[in-house]
Ligand binder design. Structure first.
Ligand code: FEO
Length: 167
Protein backbone atom coordinates (compact mmCIF):
# COMPACT_ATOMS: atom_id res chain seq x y z
CA UNK A 1 0.00 0.00 0.00
CA UNK A 2 1.27 3.40 -0.98
CA UNK A 3 2.15 5.76 1.88
CA UNK A 4 -0.10 8.84 1.79
CA UNK A 5 2.85 11.21 1.52
CA UNK A 6 4.21 9.32 -1.49
CA UNK A 7 0.77 9.12 -3.12
CA UNK A 8 0.51 12.91 -2.82
CA UNK A 9 4.02 13.42 -4.23
CA UNK A 10 3.29 11.08 -7.16
CA UNK A 11 0.01 12.83 -7.91
CA UNK A 12 1.88 16.14 -8.01
CA UNK A 13 4.35 14.55 -10.42
CA UNK A 14 1.43 13.27 -12.53
CA UNK A 15 0.19 16.85 -12.83
CA UNK A 16 3.64 18.11 -13.77
CA UNK A 17 4.01 15.49 -16.53
CA UNK A 18 0.52 16.32 -17.84
CA UNK A 19 1.36 20.03 -17.78
CA UNK A 20 4.60 19.24 -19.63
CA UNK A 21 2.65 17.45 -22.37
CA UNK A 22 0.32 20.44 -22.64
CA UNK A 23 3.27 22.85 -22.87
CA UNK A 24 5.02 20.84 -25.60
CA UNK A 25 1.74 20.70 -27.50
CA UNK A 26 1.42 24.50 -27.45
CA UNK A 27 5.05 24.82 -28.57
CA UNK A 28 4.40 22.35 -31.41
CA UNK A 29 1.42 24.38 -32.59
CA UNK A 30 3.51 27.56 -32.55
CA UNK A 31 6.29 25.85 -34.52
CA UNK A 32 3.87 24.35 -37.06
CA UNK A 33 2.20 27.70 -37.70
CA UNK A 34 5.48 29.61 -37.96
CA UNK A 35 7.17 27.54 -40.65
CA UNK A 36 9.15 25.16 -38.45
CA UNK A 37 7.62 21.84 -39.48
CA UNK A 38 10.53 19.68 -38.30
CA UNK A 39 10.56 21.33 -34.89
CA UNK A 40 6.78 20.83 -34.71
CA UNK A 41 7.16 17.10 -35.45
CA UNK A 42 9.79 16.84 -32.70
CA UNK A 43 7.61 18.74 -30.21
CA UNK A 44 4.44 16.75 -30.98
CA UNK A 45 6.45 13.59 -30.27
CA UNK A 46 7.69 15.12 -27.00
CA UNK A 47 4.10 15.91 -26.02
CA UNK A 48 3.19 12.25 -26.55
CA UNK A 49 6.18 11.17 -24.51
CA UNK A 50 5.18 13.37 -21.59
CA UNK A 51 1.69 11.90 -21.72
CA UNK A 52 3.27 8.46 -21.48
CA UNK A 53 5.30 9.64 -18.46
CA UNK A 54 2.02 10.73 -16.87
CA UNK A 55 0.24 7.43 -17.65
CA UNK A 56 3.10 5.32 -16.32
CA UNK A 57 2.87 7.16 -12.98
CA UNK A 58 -0.92 6.90 -12.89
CA UNK A 59 -0.85 3.16 -13.41
CA UNK A 60 1.84 2.72 -10.76
CA UNK A 61 -0.19 4.71 -8.20
CA UNK A 62 -3.33 2.68 -8.93
CA UNK A 63 -1.51 -0.66 -8.89
CA UNK A 64 -0.01 0.18 -5.49
CA UNK A 65 -3.42 0.80 -3.94
CA UNK A 66 -3.46 4.58 -4.38
CA UNK A 67 -5.75 6.67 -6.53
CA UNK A 68 -4.30 8.60 -9.47
CA UNK A 69 -5.86 12.04 -9.89
CA UNK A 70 -6.64 13.28 -13.39
CA UNK A 71 -5.32 16.82 -12.98
CA UNK A 72 -6.77 20.17 -14.04
CA UNK A 73 -4.21 21.96 -16.17
CA UNK A 74 -3.20 25.56 -16.70
CA UNK A 75 -3.38 27.07 -20.18
CA UNK A 76 0.13 26.95 -21.67
CA UNK A 77 1.98 29.90 -23.19
CA UNK A 78 1.01 30.02 -26.86
CA UNK A 79 3.39 32.57 -28.38
CA UNK A 80 7.17 32.38 -28.50
CA UNK A 81 9.94 34.69 -29.72
CA UNK A 82 11.46 31.92 -31.82
CA UNK A 83 12.83 28.41 -31.79
CA UNK A 84 15.70 29.31 -29.47
CA UNK A 85 13.25 30.80 -26.96
CA UNK A 86 11.31 27.53 -27.06
CA UNK A 87 14.37 25.42 -26.27
CA UNK A 88 15.53 27.80 -23.52
CA UNK A 89 12.09 27.43 -21.99
CA UNK A 90 12.26 23.63 -22.39
CA UNK A 91 15.61 23.44 -20.60
CA UNK A 92 14.32 25.56 -17.71
CA UNK A 93 11.17 23.46 -17.53
CA UNK A 94 12.98 20.11 -17.61
CA UNK A 95 15.41 21.32 -14.94
CA UNK A 96 12.42 22.01 -12.70
CA UNK A 97 10.93 18.57 -13.51
CA UNK A 98 14.26 16.99 -12.50
CA UNK A 99 14.13 18.85 -9.16
CA UNK A 100 10.61 17.56 -8.60
CA UNK A 101 11.62 13.96 -9.38
CA UNK A 102 14.59 14.27 -7.03
CA UNK A 103 12.22 15.43 -4.33
CA UNK A 104 10.01 12.35 -4.83
CA UNK A 105 13.12 10.14 -4.64
CA UNK A 106 14.24 11.90 -1.43
CA UNK A 107 10.84 11.33 0.14
CA UNK A 108 10.92 7.63 -0.84
CA UNK A 109 14.26 7.23 0.90
CA UNK A 110 13.20 9.10 4.00
CA UNK A 111 10.20 6.82 4.59
CA UNK A 112 11.99 3.71 3.25
CA UNK A 113 9.63 3.13 0.32
CA UNK A 114 12.14 1.21 -1.79
CA UNK A 115 9.54 -0.01 -4.30
CA UNK A 116 8.67 3.53 -5.39
CA UNK A 117 12.33 4.49 -5.12
CA UNK A 118 13.18 1.77 -7.68
CA UNK A 119 10.28 2.74 -9.92
CA UNK A 120 11.42 6.38 -9.92
CA UNK A 121 14.90 5.48 -11.19
CA UNK A 122 13.44 5.27 -14.71
CA UNK A 123 12.42 8.94 -14.38
CA UNK A 124 15.83 9.90 -13.00
CA UNK A 125 17.49 8.43 -16.11
CA UNK A 126 14.90 9.97 -18.42
CA UNK A 127 15.57 13.45 -17.02
CA UNK A 128 19.30 13.14 -17.76
CA UNK A 129 18.37 12.45 -21.40
CA UNK A 130 15.79 15.23 -21.61
CA UNK A 131 18.08 17.88 -20.15
CA UNK A 132 21.01 16.85 -22.31
CA UNK A 133 18.82 16.86 -25.45
CA UNK A 134 17.67 20.43 -24.69
CA UNK A 135 21.28 21.54 -24.06
CA UNK A 136 22.49 19.91 -27.28
CA UNK A 137 19.77 21.60 -29.32
CA UNK A 138 20.54 24.97 -27.70
CA UNK A 139 24.21 24.48 -28.60
CA UNK A 140 23.23 23.83 -32.22
CA UNK A 141 21.06 26.95 -32.24
CA UNK A 142 23.89 29.01 -30.75
CA UNK A 143 26.11 27.80 -33.61
CA UNK A 144 23.40 28.75 -36.11
CA UNK A 145 23.47 32.25 -34.61
CA UNK A 146 20.12 33.21 -36.14
CA UNK A 147 21.31 32.51 -39.71
CA UNK A 148 18.23 31.59 -41.79
CA UNK A 149 19.98 28.86 -43.75
CA UNK A 150 21.35 27.29 -40.58
CA UNK A 151 17.92 27.48 -38.95
CA UNK A 152 16.44 25.74 -41.99
CA UNK A 153 18.96 22.90 -41.57
CA UNK A 154 18.27 22.75 -37.81
CA UNK A 155 14.55 22.38 -38.52
CA UNK A 156 15.21 19.68 -41.11
CA UNK A 157 17.63 17.68 -38.92
CA UNK A 158 15.70 17.81 -35.64
CA UNK A 159 13.14 15.30 -36.96
CA UNK A 160 15.68 12.47 -36.65
CA UNK A 161 16.50 13.39 -33.06
CA UNK A 162 13.28 12.14 -31.46
CA UNK A 163 14.02 9.58 -28.81
CA UNK A 164 13.22 5.91 -29.16
CA UNK A 165 13.15 5.46 -25.38
CA UNK A 166 9.43 6.22 -25.05
CA UNK A 167 8.45 3.19 -23.02
FE1 FEO B 1 8.55 13.83 -18.22
FE2 FEO B 1 10.09 16.00 -19.56
O1 FEO B 1 9.54 15.30 -18.02
Amino acid sequence: MLHEQIATALNEQIKLEAQSSHTYLAMAVWAETNGFDGTATFLYAQAEEERMHMLKLMQFVNERGGLANVPALEAPVETYDGVEAIFRSILAHETSVTASINSVVDQCLSIKDYTTYNFMQWYVAEQIEEESMARMLLDKLALAGGDRGALYLFDRDIVGLGKESAN
